[in-house]
Design a protein. Structure first.
Length: 295
């Protein structure tokens, strides 16, 4: 199927523009906005679309359907009230989780614990947590419902909160759950100064000291990185289905929303490039994308 863009679902983030190998996608002019009040993506020459699916893979709002991939989770993505931040890569994670649910046939068994901000917008059982209790809540839920596949989404929107991972990891034993740590970074010196050990060395330590069955870290800014993230998430869920101890998948990305003009569709692309360059120089080198443990 040639790529179809749901106009009013689009947040105008522009992520799909760079992903299309034929450069077929563009944003409307500032005077042509959708129901969200933002410019939206359009396919300029449908006959040239090769149905590669790259745009759907990179869409941060579940707004594109290319129909290329078998078992796409597109239908599981909620079409209202999302995403909270246009262009937020948590929207990409939403798509990854939706696809995993469909590929593994676990739509009815998947249970998500996420922050009140409701960043993961899937039509599956979802519970919100507050920062102090969510590991405990999610783990207790798993004990009561061992047949469910429990995913704890830890959104560390404050760099300081990554330090809490040390304590949270230390509390884990043989629990059979899937943890997805989303590490989103802001480009401000003030916050960089507040960063402590955080997530960056924890996976190595966790691989040495815990009973985890799978530990991995992925990026999310290119189609290749998203595919790797999808593989890691499916692997973690496989382990949970097999009753193995917990898995942690970390996902790293710069938070474009916090440092750009709003709405995001008005952010100049040069600014996105600048933020990405900062991320590549200052953050990525300390956070290797790889499998840290697989047993
Ligand atoms: S499916 Fe591929 S070729 Fe078609 S619009 Fe999307 S990225 Fe471009
Ligand atoms: S939300 Fe972003 S990635 Fe999705 S169609 Fe709109 S501009 Fe493209």
């Amino acid at each position: 199927m040639i790529a179809h863009i749901e106009k009013d679902q689009c947040t105008g983030c522009g992520n799909c523009l760079a992903a299309c190998p034929g450069g077929l996608l563009s944003l409307t002019g500032a005077e042509d906005v959708n129901r969200r009040g933002v410019r939206y993506a359009v396919l300029s020459d449908p006959s040239s679309c090769v149905e590669c699916g790259q745009c759907e893979l990179m869409c941060t709002a579940g707004a594109i359907r290319s129909g290329k991939e078998e078992g796409s989770g597109y239908a599981l993505i909620r079409k209202e009230g999302i995403p909270p931040h246009g262009g937020c890569y948590l929207g990409t994670l939403t798509k990854v989780l939706a696809d995993a649910a469909v590929h593994l046939g676990i739509e009815k068994d998947m249970v998500i614990f996420e922050k009140e901000a409701s960043n993961i917008n899937l039509d599956v059982e979802t519970h919100s947590y507050n920062d102090d209790s969510f590991y405990a809540d999610g783990l207790a839920y798993k004990v009561e419902h061992p047949e469910k596949l429990v995913i704890l989404i830890c959104a560390s929107s404050k760099a300081r909160s990554t330090a809490q991972f040390v304590e949270r990891y230390a509390a884990l034993r043989d629990e059979t759950v899937t943890i997805v740590n989303t590490l989103n970074w802001f480009e401000t010196t003030e916050i960089l100064e507040g960063i402590t050990a955080g997530g960056c060395h924890n996976l190595e330590e966790l691989a040495r000291t815990s009973s985890a069955s799978f530990l991995a870290r992925a990026g999310v800014r290119t189609p290749g990185e998203v595919r790797e993230l999808a593989r890691f998430v499916e692997k973690a869920l496989h382990n949970q289905m097999a009753g193995k101890p917990f898995s942690v998948v970390e996902m790293l990305f710069p938070c474009l929303y916090r440092v750009g003009d709003r709405p995001q569709s008005l952010m100049p692309f040069e600014q996105v490039d600048r933020i990405n360059a900062w991320f590549d120089a200052c953050v990525a080198p300390d956070y290797e994308y790889k499998v840290y443990l697989d047993r």
